[in-house]
Ligand binder design. Sequence first.
Ligand code: GLY
Length: 340
Amino acid sequence: MLRVRVPLTGGSVDRSYDVVVGYGAINQLESLVPDGTKRIAVVTQEGIPSGWALPTFDVETYFIGRGESSKSLATIETLTRGFAEQGITRHDLIVGVGGGMVTDVAGFAAASWHRGTPVVHVATTMLGMVDAAIGGKTGVNLPEGKNLVGAYWQPSGVVCDLSALSTLPPRETRCGLGEMAKYNFLTGDDLLSMDLEQRIARCIEIKVEIVAADEREGGRRALLNYGHTLAHALEIASGYQLAHGEAVAIGLIYAAELAFELGRVEQARVDEHRRVVGEEYGLMATPPAGVDIDELVRLMRRDKKALNGLTFALDGPDGVEVVNDVDEVAVRTALARFVQ
Ligand code: GLY
């Protein structure tokens, strides 16, 4: 069992917390419950394994719907009205058990309830473990777009029990691998030589180092969006037929192609991206046929990172960095080479 410390000591209170990673990590859940907790509101979905108990607390379980349409303000209203009925106070605890959608919703409900109630995440998917449950981004969708309403609200602890991964549907596994593949390009770590427990823990450490340096995404945290500019556009352009992690896998290759087009990296680095994403992780490395380049460019201009023009996290001689105002001709040329 590994414990990764998230050091968040800036501000008036120490908000540091532990992420417990390993087979059977769920048995450490009780150790993450803050002192003084009496009631616990568990937020989860039907079908998510729940072979654990917290017998010394007054526990109520709230099930939320599946799919992006349930990641909504209506779900937050239903949950918080439940918390009111249960009598959850600011000294109690919300526990989010599930993938990224559940922990985003549970985290936002916790951030909002009584203007901030502790939350512990139990991530049951690989994407949740290496990304969504870590770092305090929470939120819900509006009909106008994904994750438009939210808050930064750090958990009091996170559990990543690797036993949960064995029952994941293949598509969910692919999504996690897409997000995990990203970390292979952010540092010089040889993640592929590590076993799963070490690799997940190291991905978490890489994310934690970035979040600790830039919690509110003033700069460096945007590196975690490596591969995401095209990925978000592809998700929308495909009508969400491509899931997030699948789109990230394709976006990683595109980011390398674009960096090559801009003279930031050699062809060998592009080939390495293709090898890692396509061969090592076995993920799709080209966009589905028929996507429209004009639409992708229009959608990429709307990316949240882009304050002006086209903005990408791109590899280069000093590693991955955020590059603003990228030349549209280069963006189109790299896309044309890439889109069938
Ligand atoms: N998922 C990117 C971040 O947490 O900043």
